[in-house]
Design a protein around this ligand. Structure first.
Ligand code: ZN
Ligand code: ZN
Ligand code: ZN
Length: 283
């Protein structure tokens, strides 16, 4: 499968509009984008493409990246930066099946699938398929498994995308703290490529109103606030899951400029081929 990182930023993206911090200025100078989160997966055997999350930057992403429009989509949770790009489906798709979890969220009293159905009921070419976490389903000839992660107060899901022919495996943490349940970690384990939420470095926890949590053995917080992993938390999780390759995504412009463009922080447009024997960077 070919994996293209269409959007690698957090909810404001980098550069952030109206921001003149050094990280945003350098991103502008170098033409680097971290738009709102979305990942494109093409199955070369079926020539079908799966989109993971519908970024509000959908239009710009598909205008600037040479990948086909998706045949199906998966949505991890209902935050703006992952869902609201679905409005772009209007008059662009003849048909777009969208997969999302069927678990009822105690906060919204709806599942992710139900919220999408309600918010986008005017898009009659979008059909929503409710999927049960931990039960694999097929999309674009690939095997998809949703797993619950930790993104309070809303429910959110990580996922794996596996090619049943080659054994290639992509895992995504979804928006999550470090406190991912063990059963979910077991599903995410041993990916060829791991895309993991790393919103800021742990050093910034002191600026969060409630600080950090989930400290490692050296006291370094692996969770920023309650919702997202620190860079250190993301790297620690990648090591635990024995990921062959890791890219840090959903990163914020709050990374200090001297750290913001270091490896393994992803930027928009990166493309990888997973063929079951390894991973090759295409772009
Ligand atoms: Zn900025
Ligand atoms: Zn979120
Ligand atoms: Zn997000």
């Amino acid at each position: 499968m070919d994996v293209t990182l269409l959007g690698t930023g957090d909810t404001t993206g980098t550069p952030t509009v109206g921001c003149d911090c050094e990280t945003c200025e350098q991103a502008r100078d170098r033409g680097i984008q971290r738009s709102r989160f979305s990942v494109h997966v093409r199955n070369p055997r079926t020539d079908k493409s799966l989109l993971i999350d519908l970024s509000p930057d959908f239009r710009q992403q598909f205008l600037t990246t040479d990948v086909p429009l998706p045949d199906e989509a998966v949505i991890t949770h209902i935050h703006f930066d992952h869902l609201d790009g679905l409005g772009n489906a209007y008059r662009v798709f003849d048909e777009l099946p969208v997969h999302a979890a069927d678990t009822t969220d105690p906060i919204t009293e709806e599942s992710v699938a139900e919220t999408i159905r309600r918010k986008y009921d005017y898009l009659d070419r979008v059909s929503v398929s409710a999927q049960t976490p931990f039960e694999p389903f097929e999309a674009c000839g690939l095997k998809i498994t949703l797993v619950p992660v930790d993104h309070p107060p809303l429910i959110c899901f990580g996922l794996t995308v596996e090619d049943p022919q080659t054994g290639a495996k992509l895992s995504l943490s979804g928006d999550s703290s470090y406190d991912i349940p063990k059963a979910s970690r077991d599903v995410l384990r041993d990916p060829d490529l791991f895309l993991v939420d790393a919103i800021v470095p742990a050093s910034l926890c002191e600026y969060h109103p409630i600080g950090g949590k989930d400290p490692d053995n050296n006291g370094i917080p692996r969770t920023f606030g309650t919702k997202h992993m620190t860079r250190e938390g993301a790297l620690s999780l990648a090591e635990e899951l024995t990921a062959s390759k890791t890219r840090l995504v959903h990163t914020a412009h709050f990374y200090p400029v001297e750290e913001a463009f270091q490896e393994p922080l992803a930027i928009d447009g990166e493309q990888y081929r997973l063929d079951g024997t390894g991973i090759e960077r295409l772009q």
